[in-house]
Design a protein around this ligand. Structure first.
Ligand SMILES: Cc1ncc(COP(=O)(O)O)c(C=O)c1O
Length: 364
């Protein structure tokens, strides 16, 4: 029987995703490179060249000291980049088996860290120590200092947290990590394409950052799958390399084998089209939208977590949240139940007005 052609969702009512509509040039480039595999660079040379450009672009955004030959690669997303950062730090801390002086190597992260670190810890057999936040949802350097020890391979800092869009005090966390010989990883998976237009300290230039996650398929307006892992030193990637006997290239540092050339080509095309002015405009528009929405929600009497990056959280009753979902709004909740709106590039002021109209209707 003939089935109707399946259609993906429209972005009109998507308010909680950290992905967005790809830039048209990125969509076209992704389609052109659909049948390529940067996991086999000696065969798929064109996409391998593009991946070097993608890494240079990401390294430029994150103020790497040598963007032209920065270590890094295009991952399947923030999860893979974070897992690999933990794996690299573990391997460098103790020589690769997850054990250090007979004790488990540990990773110290704020409770705001993305759940990919829970997966990393499980897969890699390292202990994940999560530490409480300050009263504005940021990592507390004193709490991190109390949790680290000689077996700490990595301290995680978040630059744009998933729930509240907060930026941790990264220079302070780097100092804490340095004191015990741990490395510092910055998870800017979501924030990385907005932060260059703010005065937050988050990049390789701002602190002793060892590795950094920055995802083109989130604020970078590239198609999925395109995440990014960058490292200050080549040694961080060398610590991930395994021998690849039957490929013409002799080793591979990525976690996945065959990878999406579409993601790589889409990331390069998006950055070519948008860096820096297009991204700056998107970041400014999103910040305006987030501030405006926060004000509108506060004016309606809701407790609002003031946006730092373009993400608004507000304590909306469960019944109102459910009614908004029923009205077709793709909204989500923080761990403690607040409504979360992520002002991605596809989230327009008119969409937010329509959302507030529905909110006013359903809360009566
Ligand atoms: C801060 C942060 N890190 C990592 C991730 C995981 O990224 P992905 O879903 O691309 O694996 C997310 C996802 O939202 C995120 O917000």
């Amino acid at each position: 029987m003939q089935q109707p052609e399946p259609e993906p969702q429209s972005f009109d009512r998507v308010l909680s995703s950290m992905c967005t509509e790809p830039h048209p040039a990125a969509r076209a480039a992704a389609e052109r490179f659909l049948a390529t595999n940067p996991g086999d660079p000696a065969t798929y040379e064109a996409v391998a060249d593009l991946e070097r450009r993608a890494v240079e672009g990401l390294a430029t955004l994150s103020a790497h000291p040598t963007p032209g030959d920065a270590a890094g690669y295009v991952t399947s997303g923030g999860t893979e980049a974070n897992v690999q950062a933990v794996r690299s730090a573990r391997n460098r801390h103790d020589g690769s088996d997850g054990r250090h002086g007979g004790k488990a190597v540990n990773v110290v992260a704020p409770t705001s860290a993305h759940f990919s670190f829970t997966k990393a810890a499980e897969v890699l057999g390292v202990e994940l120590r999560t530490v409480p936040l300050d009263d504005d949802y940021r990592a507390d350097p004193d709490a991190v200092a109390a949790a680290v020890d000689d077996d700490t391979a990595l301290v995680v800092a978040v630059a744009g947290s998933t729930e509240y869009g907060r930026v941790d005090p990264i220079p302070e966390l780097a100092a804490v990590a340095g004191e015990v010989g741990a490395r510092l990883h910055v998870d800017a998976a979501w924030g990385g394409f907005v932060l260059p237009f703010t005065d937050h300290a988050w990049s390789f230039a701002d602190a002793a950052v060892d590795t950094l996650t920055i995802d083109p398929h989130k604020y970078g307006q590239a198609p999925v799958p395109a995440g990014g892992l960058l490292a200050r030193e080549d040694a961080a990637l060398d610590a991930l390399a395994v021998d690849t006997p039957y490929l013409e290239t002799r080793s591979q540092a990525t976690l996945t084998g065959t990878r999406s050339g579409a993601g790589v080509a889409g990331a390069v095309a998006a950055m070519d089209a948008l860096w820096p002015d297009g991204y700056r405009e998107a970041a400014e528009r999103a910040a305006d939208n987030a501030d405006w929405l926060a004000g509108e929600l506060a004016a309606r009497g809701y407790d609002v977590v003031e946006p730092e990056l373009p993400l608004v959280a507000a304590a909306v009753p469960e019944s109102t949240f459910a009614a908004l979902r029923d009205a077709g709004w793709k909204v989500s909740r923080t761990g403690t139940g607040e409504l979360r709106v992520v002002c991605m590039p596809h989230v327009t002021r008119s969409a937010l007005r329509a959302f507030l109209d529905d909110l006013d209707r359903v809360r009566r």
